[in-house]
Design a protein around this ligand. Structure first.
Ligand code: ANZ
Ligand code: ZN
Length: 852
């Protein structure tokens, strides 16, 4: 071979690793283990360059850890259930299963040429019955431990698609697919009891030192701990057997500003009133339209209806406030009822303005008698404010003080209780969907809801289903629902809801430790391999996926499937940046944008033009890649043009891994040229035969510094810095006049240091330069500390006070030795002209003075 040819090199080394089983992971108690995991992909059809960057990062770490003596687990699988497969089936008539497995096959075919050091023997897809059967077993264990339960819940119902929608699937109050106005419906649904773990999940965030602070903060806000007051208002006239309304507030300090009581449309009292009052019922029905997301509720116009009931202020029985039903009050937060304070809450203010309810001043500043009417006003933590209505005995207090003082006051009087509440709701997992994991329970007329027997698992999805009409095909399957009750043996019906696909991704990391076990995990394997030492994935999963996984790890521990030490399953988390690309736009005759694929555009210094017509193209730099904007690059094209090593090298160079990197054709070209240069350099060195020389030590010193810097770079996720150092060392090596022995050693080390990024090229050079065995198995080079310290010094020589020359000597050289070398210096010999110096003074480490 006389040139760098990745098309030949890359398949060759992939085959060599495969044959040798280089990346197969087996338990080995003699070595420290290291588990590195990238968030597994959804089988959408093709891998994109973002995947390449993500998996390359994981691979750099996996290969580096292997080289540093770790027993590495680096698996890959597919998050394979979900809506797109069903949508594809609806759109083109195929079957979700075929669509999914075809996509998986394609994506594996695309990933293999990238040369990732993955243990492919552990691969699974979450839609494999072998996997989801164990998920069903987990469900049954959770059920037994009370970690999953059934309850009625208000859901987003799409009346056209006849399905429940997740909050994220409701866009502007409409179903994301059908565009139909979403309704709220009450359905019996399954829930995981994640809220039991709210406090623990929040407190444990403090132990996750190797997680990005922003992710921990996002989780903290999502769990949302708040301290407030729960207390009740007596009804002036009891109704439907109720004589009070219980409310929850985080602002008890505003109690004297209450102007109404608000009930959720789903509050039991509202429901009772609806039954007898058709007028009210009609208005409440109107409120139930629209999504159930907090955001949707926040955005919706404020709607209310006066129930006619009145409630007494707990601190002043003569003070009565009206009881309204209001659309912005959620049933599943607090008590589903509030007291409204328009002076200090924007929603309440909007509501009171609309329905003409009073706005009551609550605070005034200490230095001014003017009431504070800013709705966003929270008594400042430092400035003192005075309460207009100081009922607690304190007439001044800071914000938290005022809140705490009111809670204490109410508790003392026996009027209420301080409570800690969390925003985190139980996790509703029921989906009226086909392409998901069936919930393994049975409905029996005699016994009710009965768990399926474990020996009947997996409850497999039937394959003979059709998607030509909306709704859940499992519901209308002629026979699949029919089964025998596991308890009494009578005919019964299977649950037709399937699980939220977030369930599938909440424990796959544990399953990778024993992917073929006939129980959810094999405890010995889990104990050895868990936790994930380094998890890598997108920031878009900062909240739900990670939170659900943290809950699952706890629940699995409770059921004996994970050790106690795995309650936090991810020791370190890294969230990588995206690969971006310029968008190329021209305008059509109506000035509408027309987007162009990068391959159709020629980019010159003078600007970008369409290759075909020469038309000028507008360039929008660094945009998120998106098919609709056509600013995408296909990793397969890159591999075909430049090789996988170039793609791997490029996605990690130029910017730190947590930041975005912009893909440019020119950048990829330059990366490829550099790798070709390294190949040529190595192949020249392989042929060279020259003696050891003066420059050997300098080259080897530089090599050891490079080892140190690249090692540090990889250890600290500074892949771009490591790459910059490798560029520099390549330049040094190219210029070096050292002997071939030293250069060979340096080139071999260069290849080794590059190998996590460019494994194929590195193996090739390793072999070329006489390395033994596979480089992938070779131990990581260690920087020689002695070579890192500068152990020589350069001393100027002054002759009669003038600087005439200099000598370089070992730092610790004895004075007499230095004198000898100084006397042998050409300039000194000349000046002495055969005589002896009057004086010869050596100041160690500084200077040599010669007086003649
Ligand atoms: C009186 C008040 C006065 C409130 C004020 C706020 C400001 P956080 O802090 O997010 O936990 N609330 C209580 N239950 C609710 C429900 N089910 N649906 C909608 N809103 C509800 O929110 C707690 C505050 O949100 C509570 O404090 C309550 O309004 C409202 F100047 O009570 B507040
Ligand atoms: Zn039964």
């Amino acid at each position: 071979m006389d040139r760098y040819d990745p098309g030949v090199i890359e398949p060759k080394w992939q085959k060599a690793w495969d044959t040798a089983g280089t990346f197969l992971a087996t338990r080995d108690e003699t070595k420290p283990k290291y588990y590195v995991l990238e968030m597994f992909p959804y089988p959408s059809g093709r891998i994109h360059i973002g995947h390449v960057r993500n998996y390359t990062m994981g691979d750099v770490i996996a290969r580096y850890k292997k080289a540093t003596g770790h027993n590495v687990l680096h698996p890959m699988g597919f998050d394979a259930f979900g809506m797109p497969a069903e949508n594809a089936a609806m759109a083109s008539g195929g079957h979700p299963k075929t669509w999914t497995y075809d996509n998986i096959a394609t994506m594996v075919e695309q990933m293999k040429p990238l040369g990732f050091g993955i243990d492919w023997s552990r691969m699974f897809a979450t839609c494999d019955p072998e996997y989801y059967g164990q998920q069903q077993a987990l469900f049954l264990d959770f059920l037994e431990k009370g970690l999953v339960y059934r309850k009625n819940a208000v859901v987003n119902w799409d009346p056209v698609d006849m399905t429940v929608l997740a909050n994220e699937q409701v866009e502007d109050g409409r179903g994301w697919r059908s565009g139909a106005l979403v309704e709220r419906r009450e359905l019996t649904q399954w829930f995981f009891k994640i809220s039991d773990f709210s406090g623990e999940l929040l407190d444990a965030l403090d132990t996750l030192d190797d997680w990005p602070a922003k992710v921990r903060l996002m989780q903290e806000n999502w769990i949302g701990r708040s301290r407030g007051l729960q207390f009740s208002w007596d009804l002036v006239d009891p109704a439907h057997g109720r004589d009070k309304v219980e409310v929850y507030t985080t602002r008890p300090d505003t109690l004297m500003g209450a102007s109404f009581i608000g009930l959720s449309p789903d509050h039991p009292l509202t429901r009772a009133l609806e039954a007898e009052n058709p007028d009210l019922a009609a208005k409440v029905a109107e409120m139930r339209k629209g999504g159930t997301t907090e955001e949707a509720i926040e955005k919706a116009d404020k709607l209310g209806v006066d129930t006619g009931l009145r409630a007494r202020h707990p601190l002043n029985p003569d003070w009565q406030v009206p009881v309204w039903v209001a659309n912005f009050i959620l049933m599943d937060y607090g008590t589903g009822a509030i007291f409204g304070v328009p002076a200090h809450d924007q929603r309440d203010l909007d509501f009171c303005r609309k329905y003409d309810l009073p706005v009551i001043d609550t605070f005034e500043a200490l230095d001014s008698p003017e009431p504070v009417t800013d709705t966003a006003f929270v008594p400042p933590k430092t400035e003192k404010v005075k309460w207009l209505n100081h009922f607690t005995g304190l007439d001044v207090a800071t914000g938290q003080e005022a809140i705490d003082a009111t809670i204490d006051y109410m508790e003392d009087k026996g009027l209420g209780t301080g409570v800690t509440k969390y925003r985190l709701r139980d996790w509703g997992l029921s989906r009226q969907r086909y392409w998901g994991c069936p919930i393994p329970v049975v409905h029996c007329d005699a016994c009710g809801v009965v768990p399926e027997k474990k020996e009947n698992l997996p409850i497999e999805l039937p394959e003979d289903v059709s998607f030509d009409i909306p709704g859940n095909p499992l519901d209308r399957h002629p026979t699949w629902r029919d089964c025998a009750c596991p308890a009494c043996g009578q005919t019964a019906r299977r649950e037709t809801d399937t699980m939220d696909t977030f369930v599938d991704s909440s424990w796959y990391f544990a399953r990778f430790t024993a992917p073929r076990a006939t129980t959810p995990t094999d405890l010995a394997e889990a104990e050895y391999w868990m936790n994930v030492d380094q998890y890598i994935g997108g920031i878009e999963h900062a909240i739900l996926h990670l939170l659900y996984s943290r809950f699952f790890a706890r629940a699995m521990h409770i059921c004996g499937h994970l050790p106690e030490t795995s309650k936090e399953p991810f020791d370190a988390l890294f969230t990588q940046g995206m690969v971006t690309h310029a968008i190329y736009v021209t305008r059509d005759e109506n000035d509408r944008p027309v987007y162009h694929f990068p391959e159709d555009v020629e980019v010159h210094e003078s600007g970008a033009r369409l290759g075909a017509t020469g038309e000028a193209v507008e360039v929008i730099p660094s945009a998120k890649m998106s098919k609709s904007k056509r600013n995408v690059v296909d990793p397969m094209t890159i591999i075909a043009d430049h090789g996988a090593d170039t793609a791997r090298w490029f996605v990690l160079s130029d910017s730190p891994p947590e930041r975005d990197v912009e893909w440019t054709a020119a950048g990829a070209e330059a990366a490829h040229k550099h790798l070709a240069r390294v190949w040529r350099l190595a192949s020249d060195i392989a042929k060279a035969e020259d003696a050891a020389g003066d420059a050997d030590e300098a080259l080897l010193r530089e090599m050891h510094k490079t080892i140190r810097d690249v090692t540090l770079g990889i250890e600290s996720f500074g892949f771009n810095a490591a790459i910059a150092r490798l560029y520099a060392f390549t330049a040094t090596l190219a210029k070096s006049t050292a002997g071939s022995g030293a250069r060979r050693k340096a080139a071999r080390t260069l290849a080794q240091l590059m190998s996590p990024m460019t494994p194929h090229l590195s193996e090739e050079i390793w072999t070329m330069l006489g390395g033994t065995g596979l480089l992938a198995d070779a131990p990581w080079p260690v920087a020689d500390e002695a070579m890192l310290v500068e152990n020589t010094v350069t001393l100027p020589i002054q002759i009669n006070g003038k600087r005439r020359s200099e000598i370089t000597v070992a730092k610790d050289m004895a004075k007499e030795e230095v004198e000898k070398i100084a006397l042998a210096d050409n300039a000194v010999v000349k000046a002495l002209d055969g005589g002896q110096p009057k004086k010869l003074i050596v100041v160690p480490g500084r200077i040599v003075n010669v007086v003649i």
